[in-house]
Design a protein around this ligand. Sequence first.
Ligand code: NAP
Ligand code: ZN
Length: 348
Amino acid sequence: MIPARGFAAYDARAPLAPYSFERRDPGPNDVQIQILFCGVCHSDLHAARGEWGEVPRPLVPGHEIVGRVTAVGSHVTRFREGDMAGVGCMVDSCQRCPSCAQGLEQYCETGFVGTYMGVEVETGRPTNGGYSDKIVVKEHFVLRIPDNLDPAGAAPLLCAGITTYSPLRHWRVGPGQRVGIVGLGGLGHMGVKLARAMGAEVVVFTTSPDKVADAKRLGAHQAVISRDPAAMAAEAGRFDFILNTVAAPHDLDPFLLALKRDGTMTLVGVPSSPHPSPGIANLIFRRRSLAGSLIGGIAETQEMLDFCGEHGLTADIEMIPMAAIDTAYDRMIRGDVKYRFVIDLATL
Ligand code: NAP
Ligand code: ZN
């Protein structure tokens, strides 16, 4: 085993604190990575602070990992020592079920192994995420980071990027469509950049009037204050697709009403308690759909990274030292993130 260091949530209320643990020795199919940067996803906060119920503790969160390859197993073909590499939300899956066979490891029928909150197949021990100095991951789950992208800005692509790219692709967002992005946080701001790069007309729905100018700078054609009933009413029936990234329970009806006939709103936020049920008539009378989507498969994650490489897209980040993680969480709860915190692991 290899000694590793990180920051862990020991319980739901205490601040994260230093933690020493072990990574497995790299096997023939493994890649060992020295972690340089790790994005801070709202999922880290939900998990660390017990908002999703019990989790294995001490919990080392972090699933937006970018770092330098320091060792590879003898069967590894796509990576060499010194390469820049990424790891997202998954580190393993069964690799045999129909979902895995179709490259949809996130929907693995026996459940994918999370980068944290999972159980490592090789050792039977809990997995630990990217708030740490190193990680050992099966080659299949390691991503190539395009050379032209800033590694710190690329880290959030591993979750925020793919979680927005996958539904935008699945629901075939492109030119001629009017697309709404609800919530301008980590996921939302990547949703804006990606939907714009795909050629759609992009509208941000935000609760924060001070984010309107940023929404436009990030690529939105328009921003609507979602707490303004008149502004919402003016958008009724105008959207082909809406991606809702909000991390808290809220009224879905104003957004469903904004859909055209046959429009879809896809939820990616995972609040700690459910949204109130939407009005069913809002679905029925316009044949609208309410859907959900989970991250994206490994091949699609590579496709997204390459797309970002071609279009020069990275996250807008605020770099933080490891010790500032709890302050970052508190700001995230207030919606005060512009637009992704990224931990500089040199400060660990
Ligand atoms: P984030 O950076 O905190 O952004 C969430 C945004 O939602 C906020 O910036 C805010 O935007 C808006 N918001 C927050 N509270 C709100 C409220 N009470 N009412 C209305 N709007 C509110 O979070 P994130 O990292 O983007 O993650 C968003 C959610 O997606 C989390 O629940 C996370 O767990 C989940 N997630 C899901 C997947 C998946 O695979 N499905 C993957 C990753 C994350 P405005 O200020 O613009 O209103
Ligand atoms: Zn995430």
